[in-house]
Design a protein around this ligand. Structure first.
Ligand code: IPE
Ligand code: IPE
Ligand code: MG
Length: 247
């Protein structure tokens, strides 16, 4: 039975997050420049986005560029910025009824690119088949710092009492406040770390690591990850018996 056939369509995760790693090594293994891998990786992101939407995944977050990635060689950073702009084509989002959103410190992007992002968000805001979230210039430590400042300002202005601050208050001030936490987080490229991605939000997320480089991560790979996820027991601190009801 194919992986697709093994998927229980009644239990498809609502939110899947991806750390799209391995583009550079994928290209280098073929004697190509790293940029060749980034370009193939961006095409792959669109394939997986449309495939995930067809499967009924309501939110997909793609880690495309981290706060730390700003320290890569200037030529590579510029290539990644251009590539992201190139991939903000409206057509694919309109055709597939997908909403586009970006999380991260976009104030670090060139003005014209910030405008292009805002425009695409505005034009796709009513699309509801699925929501594609690109994490660009993103890291959780940056996001938490921003959230703490926002909360402190509200306290200073007297809108919020320190004793009323809860985990929910923090959630509401994160850039991810419009979506549920990811049930599944996929990292390609062989590394088993989070690299500053959704650290708060993935407290109870199922982690899935694969050696496959991102440009090789095809539809079958996505189905396989979902099947793997569906075989796990999520206990949220409880016992297995409590979760299955066999107490
Ligand atoms: C992931 O691929 C894309 C970005 C971080 C922008 P890498 O560029 O990190 O590829 P590897 O890990 O060097 O192979
Ligand atoms: C993580 O990949 C960031 C993205 C995929 C955007 P990196 O390649 O930057 O992560 P590290 O440096 O290996 O942890
Ligand atoms: Mg990498």
């Amino acid at each position: 039975m194919s992986y697709k056939e093994q998927i229980d369509m009644t239990r498809v995760p609502k939110h899947v997050a991806f750390i799209m790693d391995g583009n550079g090594r994928w290209a280098q293994a073929q004697g190509q420049e790293r940029s060749f891998g980034h370009s193939a990786g961006a095409d792959r992101m669109h394939d997986i986005m449309t495939c995930g939407a067809r499967l009924g995944i309501k939110y997909m977050t793609y880690y495309a560029f981290s706060t730390e990635n700003w320290s890569r060689p200037e030529a590579e950073v510029n290539y990644l910025l251009d590539l992201m702009l190139k991939h903000l084509e409206e057509e694919i989002f309109v055709k597939n009824n997908i909403r586009f959103t970006i999380i991260g410190d976009i104030s670090r992007l060139p003005e014209h690119q910030q405008n292009a992002c805002r425009q695409l968000m505005e034009r796709t805001k009513n699309n509801d088949a699925s929501c594609m979230v690109v994490a660009f210039s993103y890291s959780t430590r940056w996001e938490m710092q921003r959230a703490v400042r926002l909360i402190a300002e509200e306290v200073q202005e007297g809108k919020l009492k320190p004793e009323d601050i809860t985990a929910e208050t923090i959630d509401q001030h994160l850039m991810t406040n419009f979506m549920p936490e990811p049930e599944l987080l996929v990292r390609t490229g062989g590394e088993e770390r989070l690299s500053n991605f959704l650290l708060w939000q993935s407290a109870y997320t199922e982690l899935y690591f694969t050696d496959t480089y991102w440009p090789d991560f095809d539809e079958e790979c996505l189905y396989k990850a979902v099947v793997d996820y569906q075989h796990r027991q999520r206990r949220f601190g409880k016992t297995g018996e409590q979760v299955t009801g066999k107490v």
